[in-house]
Write a protein that binds this ligand. Structure first.
Ligand SMILES: C[S@@+](CC[C@H](N)C(=O)[O-])C[C@H]1O[C@@H](n2cnc3c(N)ncnc32)[C@H](O)[C@@H]1O
Length: 300
């Protein structure tokens, strides 16, 4: 996204968009220009403290266009006016721009790899060096499915280690409502489709059409609101999971975020990326790949 130089002309189109009759067929809104995108970014940054300039322009424009059509705005200027007047539309847009889709044990083979080849080493290093704790951090954790999957994995396969070593799991996401949902830990069945039946019985309680995680598991994860682009706020960790979030950012911002992660991992610390993500640029020299298929890297 380029720097902001665009000014909306108030009064250019004075009809409140929400007042347009639903049966009027409107022309397809014009393409969003870079300046218009910058203006929308300025509004989001002012009212929601989100730094949209780090996200990929094409992706953002596509999603904003969907909102312009849904709100029956004819052009970006009208949509900017709507955003200024409607906190609800700001919330809706923020939600769309920061997609929250996740599931328990998403890409199950990655969790198998962690269980068999990564976590045993992490715990034994911790026991050997007397650190007394292992810290996990899921960045862009959506509704908590990912950190809770880790918690289930630890409960199921590392109970001896959990008794000896303090385990800290943090989940952070930029979206406050998503974080509140994660704290509730109640899910539609769709989110649990990769959870084996015995684990579902053991760790979830059905309440109508929803499934709530049992309190012992809920207590294992602390959720906080946090912006992945604010690398100075990153928390020291031994294993960082950052899957399917980097993909929305420009390459320079991906690199900046990954340097931030490298800064808080100790030598031997682990980074897990999403299946379609990879280390970019100079930050590659700070990691070695330990499983290219599952995108698991070790801090050098
Ligand atoms: C597609 S979800 C990925 C969820 C999970 N990591 C997974 O792979 O299933 C992307 C998440 O990144 C979050 N996100 C987007 N921009 C962010 C930012 N700047 N800082 C922190 N989280 C962000 C979104 O709110 C969303 O919950």
């Amino acid at each position: 996204m380029s720097v902001t130089s665009f000014t909306v002309t108030p009064g250019k189109r004075t009809v409140p968009v929400t007042a347009l009759p639903a049966d009027i067929t409107l022309p397809v809104p014009a393409e969003i220009t870079d300046d218009e995108l910058a203006e929308i970014g300025t509004i989001l940054s002012r009212w929601r403290s989100i730094n949209m300039s780090a996200y990929k322009d094409k992706c953002m424009k596509r999603r904003i266009a969907i909102h312009m059509r849904a709100t029956r705005c004819l052009d970006a200027a009208e949509y900017c006016n709507l955003l200024r007047q409607s906190p609800q539309e700001l919330d809706q847009l923020q939600k769309t721009l920061t997609i929250h889709v996740s599931q328990f044990f998403r890409n199950p083979s990655m969790f198998v790899k962690l269980r068999d080849d990564v976590l045993p080493g992490l715990f034994s290093t911790c026991e050997k060096n007397g650190a007394g704790k292992v810290r996990f951090w899921c960045l862009g954790c959506a509704g908590g499915e990912e950190p809770f999957s880790l918690a289930i994995l630890l409960r199921e396969h590392f109970s001896r280690e959990l008794r000896k070593v303090q385990t800290i799991i943090h989940g952070t996401d930029i979206d406050a409502e998503t974080i509140r949902a994660a704290q509730q830990a109640e899910y539609i069945e769709e989110r649990l489709k990769e959870v084996p039946a015995d684990l579902k019985d053991r760790y979830f309680r059905q309440n109508g059409t929803r499934f709530r995680l049992v309190p012992e598991l809920r207590q294992m994860v602390t959720f906080l609101q946090g912006d992945i682009t604010r690398t100075t706020e990153f928390v020291p960790s031994d294993l960082v999971v950052c899957r399917n979030t980097l993909i929305y950012f420009t390459r320079p911002d991906q690199e900046k975020i990954l340097h931030g992660v490298a800064d808080i991992l100790p030598a031997g610390g682990i980074l897990v990326l999403g299946k379609s993500e990879t280390l970019t640029g100079d930050v590659r020299r700070r990691f070695e790949s330990i499983c290219p298929v599952e995108r698991i890297y070790r801090r050098i």
